[in-house]
Write a protein that binds this ligand. Structure first.
Ligand code: SF4
Length: 460
């Protein structure tokens, strides 16, 4: 991952960022603090006086990747501080790499900084040290995303205890950020040129439960620390806001009208997009997973959302081959796909995560059966996604340009989140003078299983 370069002379820190968008936000925060405190962020192991590795520990392959990254940093540099989710398992890290300098857990920014101070003691500069080191009002800190979109983390931790997941044991129970603090950060990002905010958390619909929906003030108006009020505040910024990790609770219904409402520019106040990890559709499997299991209500709810906001895009993720999943239960899942007609779907074959309660469940599904089910699942959804995208041919879609590639502009419509969904290739993007961060209306002329193809119409 390319990291921002620094020109000031000083103590030099290398940084390796692994894992999900939530870990990326942690990396941004540590990098910003390092920069504020006068450290240089450098691009190579050779240039670094110390290397910080922000790890992921969610599934076994992520653990392996994290241990490999630590090993590489040890071999190339030798002075390594480990942080992030895998930091919750220090024995595992020490067993593979006994000589790392320090190990801290996720969101433990202060301990990472203390480890950096120990490795590279701050030097006393009588001129600089008299100046308080803090952000300017509109400083948005270091971002690892392109300039025109940013992740907005609204809470840490999770109150659920899904049996396949160890996040609560790594990140703790839900802790929501006060709504005014989140809105102020969003405002700064918008003023700094961000055109799309990606709201992330472990459970966005639970936002504010822990603080009893405390009321705060932003721009002279009262807002509750609650998903709906947050969305209302964000809609004031006039940029795209996309919600991730939302659970299908009844109160999610309250935000759908905002997706159907238009602002003064004719754009939805909130992107008509929900990323909802359903994980399965069989009530028994959902119970084993310790997830909410009212599948019929979920289908009804989806229908109601579509009645209110017909162009809503629904994205979800699923696990196939969970311990005890029978062929009949897997077929229930396929039937759910047919009925729900989701726009975007990701799926994984179940793989045990060290420390997860699901490991103790009986009747594990053999690996070949898991893989065969995954292939059937993906084939079924591919047909649905392809048909849904084909329906868009002939329409005009508002898109946000991510990059220029030769003659093409690579963009995303409101239905596409960065990294995980599809793209819109604009065939005459260069000729139309587009650049990253531009909004543009695109005439859709073709589609395939993942992407759309179109052109910017020119006036004759
Ligand atoms: S909702 Fe479940 S899967 Fe998501 S973080 Fe919480 S415990 Fe893990």
């Amino acid at each position: 991952m390319p990291l921002p370069d620094s020109t000031s002379a000083g103590r030099k820190v290398g940084f390796v960022s692994l894992g999900c968008p939530k870990a990326l936000v942690d990396s941004e925060r540590i990098l910003t603090q390092l920069r504020v405190e006068g450290y240089d962020i450098v691009q190579t192991y050779d240039d670094a006086d110390v290397v910080v590795v922000n790890t992921c520990g969610f599934i076994d392959s992520a653990v392996t990747e994290s241990l490999d990254a630590i090993g590489e940093a040890m071999a190339e540099n030798g002075k390594v501080i480990v942080t992030g989710c895998l930091g919750k398992r220090p024995e595992q890290i020490r067993e593979a790499h006994p000589d790392v300098l320090a190990i801290t857990g996720p969101q433990d920014y202060r301990s990472v900084m203390n480890a950096v101070y120990a490795a590279l003691p701050p030097t006393h500069d009588p001129f600089v040290d008299l100046v308080p080191r803090r952000f300017e009002e509109n400083d948005i800190g270091i971002k690892l995303t392109p300039k025109h979109y940013a992740y907005l983390k609204i809470s840490e931790g999770c109150n659920h205890r899904c049996s396949f997941c160890i996040i609560p044991s790594m990140r703790g129970d839900l802790v929501s950020r006060p709504v005014d603090e989140v809105l102020r950060e969003a405002e700064k990002l918008a003023m700094g040129g961000v055109k799309e905010l990606l709201v992330i958390s472990q459970d966005t619909s639970a936002y504010g439960v822990d603080v009893k929906y405390a009321e705060r003030t932003w721009r002279g108006k009262a807002y509750q620390t609650r998903m709906k009020a947050l969305c209302e505040g964000l809609s004031e910024l006039g940029i795209w806001t996309r919600l991730h990790y939302v659970y299908p609770y009844p109160h999610v219904d309250d935000i759908i009208p905002l997706m159907a409402e238009r602002n003064a520019d004719g754009l939805p106040k909130l992107l008509p997009y929900l990323d909802i990890p359903f994980q399965h559709a069989s009530p028994r499997v959902l119970k084993l997973m310790k997830r909410p299991g009212a599948v019929d209500k979920t289908l009804e709810r989806i229908q109601r959302w579509r009645d209110i906001c017909p162009d809503i895009t629904l994205r979800s993720t699923f696990i196939v081959g969970f311990p005890g999943e029978t062929e009949a239960e897997f077929e229930e899942l396929l039937d759910f796909l047919d009925e729900a007609q989701l726009d975007r779907v990701g799926a994984f074959a179940y793989s045990p995560v060290e420390g997860a309660a699901a490991n103790a469940l009986p009747d594990p599904v053999p690996e070949d059966v898991k893989q065969e089910r995954l292939a059937r699942f993906m084939a079924r959804q591919a047909e649905i996604s392809e048909a849904k995208l084909a329906d868009k041919v002939g329409s005009v879609q508002r898109c946000l340009v991510d990059a220029i590639d030769g003659e093409l502009a690579i963009a995303r419509s409101m239905a596409d989140a960065p990294e995980i969904d599809g793209l819109v290739q604009i065939q005459n993007g260069f000729e139309a003078g587009l650049k990253p961060g531009d909004f543009v209306d695109v005439e859709i002329m073709g589609s395939d299983e993942h992407d759309l193809y179109g052109e910017v119409p020119f006036d004759d």
